[in-house]
Ligand binder design. Structure first.
Ligand SMILES: [Zn+2]
Length: 137
């Protein structure tokens, strides 16, 4: 959840502090629920925690949940395409804050502990596209 190819390539520190590390444990436990939902198929994590510097380097939005260790970008090829994965999560009763079908992966974000979650579902078709409401395959 803390490995970053961009951080490694650019020599950026991507070591989380204690609060973020605790959040990452919540995300890891949450991803176990997702894996169960996806018929226990292997999940490939593309991005978990991103330090502010790493987030800027990958062009992430400044308010990104990744910077708080509360988000995970992933795919699950053995289950299906990202759209199929996002739709399975959407139809489940799993309590996420934000679910985004991105161009090639699924982003899932959790709320800070103790805060209520929005269960917001969005689609982003390209780095330049605006967010669309709902999961749109
Ligand atoms: Zn993300």
């Amino acid at each position: 959840m803390i490995f970053s190819e961009v951080a490694a390539r650019l020599g950026l520190d991507n070591t989380p502090g204690l609060t973020v590390a605790a959040n990452l444990k919540l995300v890891a436990a949450f991803m176990e629920k997702i894996r169960t939902l996806l018929c226990d198929k292997s999940i490939v994590v593309h991005s978990g925690y991103r330090s502010v510097e790493v987030n800027q380097a990958v062009g992430g939005v400044a308010t990104s949940a990744h910077c708080h260790g509360l988000a995970c970008d992933f795919v699950c090829p053995a289950f299906g395409a990202p759209a199929e994965v996002a739709l399975a999560i959407l139809k489940s009763d799993i309590g996420y804050d934000q679910l985004i079908l991105e161009y090639g992966w699924v982003h899932i974000g959790l709320a800070q502990e103790g805060l209520s979650f929005r269960r917001e579902a969005l689609t982003k078709r390209s780095p330049w596209a605006a967010y669309e409401l709902g999961i749109r395959a």
